[in-house]
Design a protein around this ligand. Structure first.
Ligand code: URA
Length: 214
């Protein structure tokens, strides 16, 4: 597992601003910080992808460089993932994209919940690199449901899962139930509360980015 904050960098500022109860009230800044973290994690993941030597023609000559052999497929879980996904798309600007509408159903306080899946659009992912992004890895249940639904569209060569903040429970879930996926996170928090929110976390990422829902 890769953890961005294991090394101090400017990423600490972006995560601190997402968490800060005063700064996070500015939705434009909140979305932009998610996007910036998407850009940074995309850069880290890009170091593991396959490149092939390519010639580039400049106006004055030629140079050789290594370019991606194949763009990844980016998958976003609606709706909180959208700004985070945009950050990945800024880096992988020719990527194909998948979108999944998954949410917590039957949720009475303190009780277990089901994951409802309502919408999915996905290209053929056979043999490709899939990057599934969700800013908050809490229980890992909606992430697993989303991932398994995407597998109906082909078996990827490899899958990366990216989150901004992860709980120990969510990390364990991914590592035991989806061991074939490589995990990339911004920071690891203490625990989940009885409503399955991450503590200390940042609150509800979807509400902070897009406004409260009914
Ligand atoms: N989703 C969120 O937005 N926040 C959490 O803490 C957990 C899931």
């Amino acid at each position: 597992m890769f953890v961005l904050t294991e090394q101090s960098s400017i990423a600490n500022h972006f995560i601190a601003e997402l968490r800060d109860v005063h700064i996070q009230k500015d939705p434009l800044r909140f979305r932009r910080n998610l996007e910036r973290l998407g850009e940074l994690l995309a850069y880290e993941i890009s170091k593991t992808l396959t490149y092939s030597k390519t010639t580039v023609q400049t106006p004055l000559g030629q140079t050789k460089t290594f370019l991606l052999t194949q763009q990844p497929v980016l998958a976003a879980v609606l709706r909180a993932s959208l700004p985070f996904h945009q950050g990945f798309l800024n880096a992988f600007d020719r990527a194909e994209n998948a979108f999944i509408g998954a949410y917590r159903g039957n949720h009475t306080e303190g009780e277990d919940f089901t994951v409802e899946l309502e919408y999915i659009s996905c290209p053929d992912i056979t043999g490709k690199t899939l990057i599934l992004v969700d800013p908050m890895l809490a229980t890992g249940k909606s992430l697993e449901t989303s991932y398994r639904s995407l597998l109906r569209y082909g078996i990827p060569a490899r899958t990366h899962i990216a989150a901004v903040i992860a709980s120990p429970e969510g990390i364990k879930h991914v590592q035991t139930r989806m061991p074939e996926c490589r995990l990339w996170v911004g920071d690891v928090d203490e625990r989940l509360n009885h409503n399955y929110y991450i503590i200390p976390g940042l609150g509800d990422a979807g509400d902070l980015a897009f406004g409260e829902k009914l």
